[in-house]
Design a protein around this ligand. Structure first.
Ligand SMILES: *Cc1c(COP(=O)(O)O)cnc(C)c1O
Length: 380
């Protein structure tokens, strides 16, 4: 007989709290953690169905939309991104993806995998896409779907969206917007901007642990979904089926992550208590404090003032400083996490997130003091 495999014995988890000032996850309020620690109940329990209805209602407030199809996808922001793409892109359809950073690139890659005939409109990481470029690109080649990132976490840019939907709709397409890093922290109104598909993630400005990806589909997107000649090629993320569980039918599709939804419920409840405008103003205020403090340390911000994303700031690494050493010391000596650059900005910038419960004045002050102390010894 084969020797049985013995069980490994590990210590019980003991995570000291960290100050999370990176691109997500952001810090989670104790009220959210407490909500998640409650007993698990059935996914068709009337008490859970009520939680679902209320989550949808609060999500509509946060997205500023009346769209009936507004739900949290079971999965992180990338799952919501994939749901957005899988449910809107059809094989052979022309798709225009605006790419000003890492996540624009991911959108383009997903659209290709779902058979879209993808054209990209690129800008340097740190700049915005000009709507006139979108107009020109669509004049040359109309697109069924135009995808763009509102808050590009890799570059620290806030992409203006005004007037884009009109351009896209006039030539018969749909506008798809990634607001993973901006929803709840940066002004955005889905209905006012006439966005057709918009998605986010729980762990950025909503300050809930990673695991859910809120998404909303407007009437055009619902119509396209209904008219599809073939089913959505991704079974798990097929919103026409998922909708039957979140809608009146309550048909089982997959087991909802119960505890994760409890956390989202409480996180959204806190955002509703604070009010969207107050949350947007808090994110802006703390970001401005960070920007001023960073510049006072003699560091340069990567993005021009008018296009900076309040929830995520890119700071240029000064000559002669090893960016990794600074981050390691922030974590070891101050228990504080920030991130390095991604893609073409790797090694060139630090990425500092002030999202949700992380966006607090005391956190900004602590980070600035810690950075000052470390840079004093690391600068040549
Ligand atoms: C974080 C992020 C994503 C991906 O979300 P995950 O939760 O990591 O899957 C997508 N887009 C943007 C802009 C993001 O910041």
């Amino acid at each position: 007989m084969r020797k049985p495999i013995e069980p490994p014995h590990y210590p019980c988890l003991e995570m000291g709290p960290r100050m999370l000032l990176g691109p997500g996850p952001s810090m989670v309020h104790p009220r959210v953690l407490q909500a998640m620690a409650g007993p698990v109940i059935g996914h068709l329990d009337p008490a859970f169905l009520q939680v679902m209805d209320r989550i949808q209602d609060m999500l509509r407030y946060v997205f500023q939309t009346q769209n009936p199809l507004t739900i949290p996808v079971s999965g992180t922001g990338s799952a919501a991104m994939e749901a957005a793409v899988a449910n809107s892109v059809e094989p052979g359809h022309p798709v225009l993806v605006c790419v000003g950073g890492f996540f624009g690139g991911r959108l383009a890659e997903m659209a290709r995998r779902y058979g879209g005939d993808v054209q990209t409109l690129e800008c340097p990481w740190g700049e915005v896409i000009d709507p006139q470029q979108v107009r020109k690109a669509l004049e040359n080649r109309p697109a069924k779907v135009v995808a763009i990132v509102h808050g590009e976490t890799s570059s620290g840019v806030q992409q203006p969206l005004e007037g884009l939907a009109q351009l896209v709709h006039d030539q018969g397409g749909m506008l798809l917007v990634d607001c993973v890093a901006s929803l709840g922290g940066v002004p955005l109104s889905v209905d006012e901007l006439d966005i057709d598909i918009c998605y986010s993630g729980s762990q950025k400005c909503l300050s809930v642990p990673p695991g859910l990806g809120p998404i909303t589909l407007g009437p055009r997107a619902e119509q396209v979904l209904r008219d599809r000649p073939a089913p959505v090629p991704n079974w798990y993320l097929d919103l026409s089926m998922v909708q039957k569980y979140w809608g009146a039918e309550r048909t089982y599709h997959h087991t909802a992550p119960i505890s994760a939804n409890f956390g989202l419920y409480e996180g959204l409840r806190m955002l509703c208590e604070e009010g969207l405008e107050a949350s947007w103003a808090r994110h802006q205020r703390n970001a401005e404090m960070l920007w001023a403090g960073v510049e006072a340390l003699g560091l340069a911000l990567h993005v021009a003032g008018e296009h900076r994303l309040p929830s995520l700031t890119t700071v240029r690494v000064p000559q002669g400083v090893d960016e990794m050493t600074v981050r390691r010391r922030l974590l070891q000596e101050f228990n504080l996490e920030i991130a390095g650059g991604l893609g073409e900005l790797k090694g060139k910038v630090w990425r500092i997130g002030l999202m949700g419960h992380s966006s607090r004045t005391e956190n900004v002050k602590l980070l600035l003091a810690a950075l000052e102390e470390i840079l004093r010894s690391e600068r040549p």
